[in-house]
Design a protein around this ligand. Structure first.
Ligand code: GAR
Length: 193
């Protein structure tokens, strides 16, 4: 049986898109479902385009029930991939899928992480501090924002004239290149891939 990936996303879902593309014809793994907390998230359209089922949940369902956990268990999900997912992952999910939930963050953690650090806010802080480089971090998820064990980082140089858009672009290029391969690598380590 193919290894099964679940993606959690709250917004546009460009990383989700790259992962769905990468695994579309993969012999050993597939994206089984896309979940979101945001009924207006563009990631839902992207999932539809790939004919991948999706599920929308609200706070009550996510934090005060086991419905999401049970859904993922029933689908026999092997890895949960957060791709621009902005809510903290609850304990029942962490316990059911130990070392199987990963996140991507648009900076070189442990710098520029933590609650409220997402999207443009991250890049603006990097720019304000005149950093000479930034990058991306893929890490295991734990009960704190952006704090689990780091799996993979990639860096880019910030040139003198780089503005917010350019830094975002450079980071996104790296995310799109690395995230699907890191997911594949982790699944391989889980044997039988
Ligand atoms: C990505 O850049 C990801 O690193 C970031 O949200 C963006 C989602 O973009 N995640 C965080 O900031 C988490 N703290 P996407 O919806 O186009 O994939």
């Amino acid at each position: 049986m193919k290894k099964r990936i679940a993606i959690l996303a709250s917004g546009s879902g460009s990383n989700a898109q790259k992962i769905m593309e990468y695994f579309k014809k993969h012999p050993d793994a597939e994206v089984a479902i896309v979940l979101t907390n945001n009924p207006d998230a563009y990631v839902l359209q992207r999932a539809d385009n790939f004919e991948i089922p999706s599920h929308i949940f609200d706070r009550d369902e996510f934090y005060d029930s086991d419905r999401v956990v049970n859904l993922l268990k029933n689908l026999q999900i092997d890895i949960i991939v957060l791709a621009g997912f902005l809510w903290l992952v609850p304990e029942n999910l962490l316990k059911t899928f130990p070392n199987k939930i990963i996140n991507i963050h648009p900076a070189l953690l442990p710098k520029y992480g933590g609650k409220g650090m997402y999207g443009d806010r991250v890049h603006k802080s990097v720019l304000a501090n005149n950093e000479e480089e930034s990058g991306i971090t893929i890490h295991f998820v734990n009960e704190h924002f952006d704090e689990g064990e780091i799996i993979h980082q990639a860096r880019f140089r910030i040139d003198k004239n780089d503005d917010l858009e350019m830094i975002k672009f450079k980071g996104q290029q790296l995310e799109h290149l690395h995230y699907p391969k890191v997911v594949e690598g982790l699944l391989k380590k889980m044997k039988s891939l």
